[in-house]
Write a protein that binds this ligand. Structure first.
Ligand code: UDP
Length: 354
């Protein structure tokens, strides 16, 4: 079976690393990788292929920038040409980016079955581009690999159990990645003595593109760094340019985006994680750290219910208070909410049978 994997953004490289490994170990499955180019800086793309041993993409489309419609449209045009030439048996897409949507739509229109990894997640906030991408991708997929029971429940509520599709709770491939690469963690340059800091990441459009929210988060981070604990922040390129155009200044330990092995090291040594990232919320949990999430909703509601993740929105005072109350609080991953690291193998097994 010839599988076409379509990826393009940082979290997708991390997710695909373990699934590609599992596919490579299955006789009967071959994988062709298409990199759309959505993320292209070497520290947002190449470093993950190098560090995580992901096979080099067979097709590099180099499409990035522009509006959502333009980017997705250009991706669709080029993905369609490759698919028409290579005739895959199945397409595999991950998560909720424009690359996910473009790959899923092209495949569905060419009647190539689509498997969606990270299916069923919902924030119920239709202003998030990611929410639109998830909903549409789920609608055109015939295998929905869900990471959690919550995701399965979401799909069932939307009537997916009445459709001729398979819904499987395989667990979260990000837990597979975290477990697999944990022992290979490396300190980012100059930080090898760091400990007990607040690890901060920020990149969601709802924060970077809203001046009021961005300003409040920056104020909170500056105050935390000055009077609570040092803040280490690998800065996403989108956030860097949003800060520059808003004339906002972060007075924290800002570093360039790091590789995954460095990110794991930071997660292992942090006293708390502050983020608006989907993936990083769970990684905090995998490494037993409390997480303060600067969003109004999360797709990973089970962590909020468990008390491991505190959803604070984007008000300075709430952010600072949540950090003060949760710094160095250990959380326990004993519930195996995310499948315990077997997701990639389950996915490859199922693809072989499908
Ligand atoms: N990550 C990384 N280097 C960084 C920041 C994040 O390797 O400098 C990893 C992080 O550990 C997680 C993934 O990138 O595995 C999350 O990606 P991102 O926050 O960009 O996207 P989201 O998960 O919100 O879709």
């Amino acid at each position: 079976m010839k599988i076409f994997t379509i990826i393009g953004a940082r979290p997708q490289f991390i997710k695909a690393s373990v699934v590609s490994m599992a596919i490579a170990q299955k006789k009967g499955l071959t994988e062709t990788i298409i990199h759309t180019g959505q993320h292209f800086d070497s520290n947002m793309s190449d470093i993950f292929f190098d560090q995580l041993g992901i096979p080099r993409p067979d097709h590099q489309l180099d499409i990035h920038g522009g509006s959502h419609g333009e980017m997705t449209g250009r991706m669709m045009i080029e993905i369609e040409q490759v698919m028409l030439r290579e005739k895959p048996d199945r397409v595999l897409v991950y998560g909720d980016t424009n690359s996910t949507l473009a790959g899923a739509l092209v495949a569905a229109k060419l009647h190539v079955p689509v498997a969606h990894i990270e299916a069923g997640l919902r924030s119920y906030n239709m202003r998030m581009p990611e929410e639109i991408n998830r909903i549409v991708t789920d609608q055109v997929s015939d295998i929905l690999f869900c990471p959690t029971q919550t995701a399965v429940d979401n799909l069932q509520r939307e009537g997916f159990s009445q459709k001729p599709v398979e819904i499987l709770n395989v667990g979260d491939v990000m837990q597979d990645s975290a477990l697999f690469f944990a022992k290979r963690a490396v300190a980012p340059k100059g930080l090898d003595q760091a400990q007990g800091f607040v690890l901060a990441t920020l990149h969601r459009a709802e924060n970077t593109d809203d001046l009021q929210r961005l300003g409040a988060i920056v104020n909170a981070l500056n105050e935390i760094h000055q009077s609570i604990a040092p803040v280490v922040m690998p800065l996403h390129p989108r956030t860097r340019s949003a800060l520059a155009s808003a004339g906002l200044k972060l007075d924290v330990n800002v570093i360039e985006p790091v590789g995954y092995l460095e990110m794991i090291w930071l997660l292992q040594r942090a006293g708390l994680v502050l983020t608006d990232s989907g993936g990083v919320q769970k990684e905090a949990f995998f490494f037993n750290k409390a997480c303060v999430t600067v969003r109004d909703q999360t797709e990973w509601v089970e962590l909020v219910t468990l008390g491991a993740n505190v959803l604070v929105g984007a008000q300075s005072r709430s952010i600072v208070n949540a950090v003060t109350n949760n710094l160095n609080r250990a959380v326990n991953d004993s519930d195996q909410l995310y499948g315990g690291g077997q997701a990639a193998v389950r996915i490859a097994d199922h693809l072989l049978r499908s």
